[in-house]
Design a protein around this ligand. Sequence first.
Ligand SMILES: Cc1cc2nc3c(=O)[nH]c(=O)nc-3n(C[C@H](O)[C@H](O)[C@H](O)COP(=O)(O)OP(=O)(O)OC[C@H]3O[C@@H](n4cnc5c(N)ncnc54)[C@H](O)[C@@H]3O)c2cc1C
Length: 336
Amino acid sequence: MKIEENYSLLNHNTFGIDVKARYFVEYHSVAELVELLQMDMVKQHPLLAIGSGSNLLFTKNFDGVVIHSKICCYETIRETDKHIYVRVGSGVVWDDFCATVAERGLGGTENLSYIPGEVGASAVQNIGAYGVEVADIISHVETVEIATGKTRLFDVSECEYGYRTSIFKTTLKNQYVVTAVEFRLDKIPQFKLDYGNLSESVASINPLTVKAVRDAVIAIRKSKLPEPSKLGNAGSFFKNPLIAESHFNQLRRQYTTMPFYRADGGLVKIPAAWLIEQCGWKGKTFGGAGVYEKQPLVLINKNNATAGDICLLADAICKSVSNKFGITIEPEVNYI
Ligand SMILES: Cc1cc2nc3c(=O)[nH]c(=O)nc-3n(C[C@H](O)[C@H](O)[C@H](O)COP(=O)(O)OP(=O)(O)OC[C@H]3O[C@@H](n4cnc5c(N)ncnc54)[C@H](O)[C@@H]3O)c2cc1C
């Protein structure tokens, strides 16, 4: 293991913020990770596990140890009539995994294609797109406890998955490092196409395949979202807020075209992109930061933005949504 000091994280966050980590280390196995966690350097400083930094906003230099998984295994572990279970290392690029299983014709990941990031973070974040969340196909999450170096296997039922959240972001935040994830994939794919214009995009394809759905998802995503390599961003900056039915009824009388989705517990989900657009933010800039013209939920590094520019822009957006609609929108991006 190579321990880098005073290491630039510029190539480890998709916003393209040039901050430094006091220490940076990549580990290639569970044994290496356990060895790393026992070092004084780790015990004496804050620790941050990162993937490819596609959901991080570094607000300052990180005066601690940043660790990154290079555990890149991929193996089939068991099989039933309907399912194939695969175990994938946390350092595998998420979309490489989606491409591999699509080639095998296995269903489950196709709607989640082309989401940036790595397999470890997918299980922390509960990534989701086109009506599917990764929690739907996870069976187990393999971890190492930071304090003790002990391995622990979480059944999916213990992960407390919810909208872009898990136990690893809440009760057990910063306590476990994910080393591998076990996925349950369908031998006979069960396509979910009832979200956005996905069904239209694949309507003429017969027979429909996992690869065809994956290609359609990628084409739609490419037409809507900026490529982080060309324009720094972290995807959706805010979560879609959930509001009470009474609040929704009151707003709907005034904003008759307001889009909405019914959610659990009698709550109503309002697209944050619509709220932000209604406040006039689409295409607006602040310092080097901006609101993406095609999708106002995405904040971009337009011109050498500092983290301060992005934070101020995000705060201003939150305030105007709160003033206009009485709704609090919260960042999906992790501020570090
Ligand atoms: C253009 C674009 C589009 C996007 N679209 C979507 C989308 O459609 N749906 C969606 O859900 N997300 C989307 N995202 C957000 C992002 O891709 C996901 O959140 C992704 O899971 C982040 O992966 P990462 O490897 O970059 O993790 P990072 O951003 O590096 O880390 C994310 C969090 O996970 C933790 N973490 C990372 N690895 C580990 C580990 N091994 N063990 C423990 N904790 C760990 C980090 O500490 C941090 O809290 C998008 C981002 C971009 C830039």
